[in-house]
Design a protein around this ligand. Structure first.
Ligand SMILES: Nc1nc(=O)c2c([nH]1)NC[C@@H]1CN(c3ccc(C(=O)N[C@@H](CCC(=O)O)C(=O)O)cc3)C=[N+]21
Length: 366
């Protein structure tokens, strides 16, 4: 790949450049040297993740020079869509082998509460993905004003239903519900999301094995494995500490013998710490927060963020971008996941994989 002349790099204000970024246009308080990233509505966002992150604008001359020099080497695109398809094909074959030999079809129950459009989309996609591999899906859609008891009643029904091997409660739940109480009610043998505290607890302990590993972090590690990225002994930085992605991702990396740091909203020098990483997993839900200058040349980047930003040229009125400024990062990193087409499809593939795993375990099918 030819290197960009520096002037061109500067002229061609990219997706991440403060004045022109679509994300920034949506954001108030845009300063000249500091961007105030305000929480967007990303579904993956940890509600406890801080309201405001102050990220230094990294479009300095030195980072432009570094980026231009590093663009000599071409970045490898980690194709989550392709890997997810391969995994779905493997799952399809396993499910037909199980059905032929013991007559069991794996079942996944999904409980959706409320009318969030994004949640409805994910649930629809999960249903389609289940059908394609031969998993039977059971869907319950409850109105926003349902009571906790109603949700618990459905969970209890699915806990007892022998046709159901996995139960997923779509998050986020309406704010009047106690998420902990509801997630605790899913029996751990069917907790295909891996969100039950007992599963997380086992994940955190050496010598113990969780029954299920949360889908998104599992998908991140699976991508590293399938692209032969060595994890053992490497420095890994996880950006974000949510219960559903950041924290379990850090635990998984540690189980794979990486040396792990977690960068979060109260971290004093996120850029400097992130720059030490051989492997970066970012899961904060802030569009383009991680700039080229945060990345060590040759690092591998797994971008979990799926952030909608305004885009009038797109028929949907928005497009999806990651937590990492792709254009800058791809000039510094050795490999990176795109958004869309990176971690997202892997999350669904891992959910199918966990559901199959559960059915095999319950029926003792090897
Ligand atoms: N209990 C629970 N478990 C979850 O696993 C869970 C959840 N709640 N709540 C919401 C989030 C979000 N999530 C996604 C899954 C796939 C894509 C995905 O496939 N995205 C496509 C983009 C699709 C598009 O273009 O809109 C991609 O990245 O290529 C995205 C997001 C699972 N979640």
């Amino acid at each position: 790949m030819a290197s960009y002349p520096i002037t061109m790099m500067k002229m061609k204000l990219n997706d991440c450049s403060p004045p022109s970024t679509a994300a920034a246009r949506l954001l108030p308080f845009l300063g000249r040297h500091y961007i105030h990233f305000r929480s967007s509505m990303g579904p993956f966002q940890n509600p406890s993740f801080p309201r405001t992150i102050v990220a230094r604008s990294a479009f300095s001359f030195s980072s432009v020079v570094t980026a231009a020099m590093a663009s000599e080497a071409s970045v490898k695109v980690i194709d989550g869509k392709k890997v997810a398809k391969d995994i779905r094909d493997e799952i399809t074959a396993e499910i037909s082998r199980m059905k032929d030999s013991i007559g069991v079809v794996p079942g996944l129950a999904v409980i959706l509460v409320g009318e969030r459009k994004d949640s409805a989309t994910y649930v629809r996609n999960k249903k389609k993905a289940c059908e394609a591999v031969g998993i039977k899906s059971y869907e319950v859609c409850l109105p926003e004003n349902s009571t906790e008891e109603e949700v618990l009643k459905y969970i209890s029904g699915f806990n007892d239903d022998t046709m159901v091997h996995g139960i997923l409660v779509q998050l986020p739940l309406p704010s009047h519900m106690n998420e902990q109480k509801i997630l605790n009610a899913v029996c751990i043998e069917k907790d295909v999301d891996g969100f039950h505290p007992l599963n997380i607890g086992r994940l955190a302990m050496r010598g113990r094995e969780p029954l299920f590993v949360p889908c998104t972090p599992k998908g991140c590690i699976e991508l590293l494995h399938r692209y032969n990225v060595e994890i053992k002994g490497k420095k890994a930085v996880v950006i974000g500490r949510s219960n559903i992605v950041g924290m379990p991702a850090a635990l998984l990396l540690q189980r794979e013998d990486a040396t792990v740091s977690i960068v979060h909203s109260r971290t004093k020098n996120p850029e400097e710490i992130t720059r030490q990483a051989d492997i970066i997993i970012s899961a904060v839900g802030q569009p383009n927060m991680v700039r080229g200058s945060w990345i060590k040349p040759g690092a591998v980047i797994i971008d979990v963020g799926i952030n909608p930003v305004e885009d009038t040229t797109n028929p949907r009125g928005y497009r999806l971008v990651g937590d990492v400024c792709y254009e800058e990062a791809s000039k510094v990193a050795s490999a990176i996941t795109p958004v869309p087409g990176g971690v997202g499809p892997m999350t669904i593939a891992m959910l199918l994989s966990n559901t199959l795993l559960s059915a095999k375990r319950i029926h003792n099918f090897k």
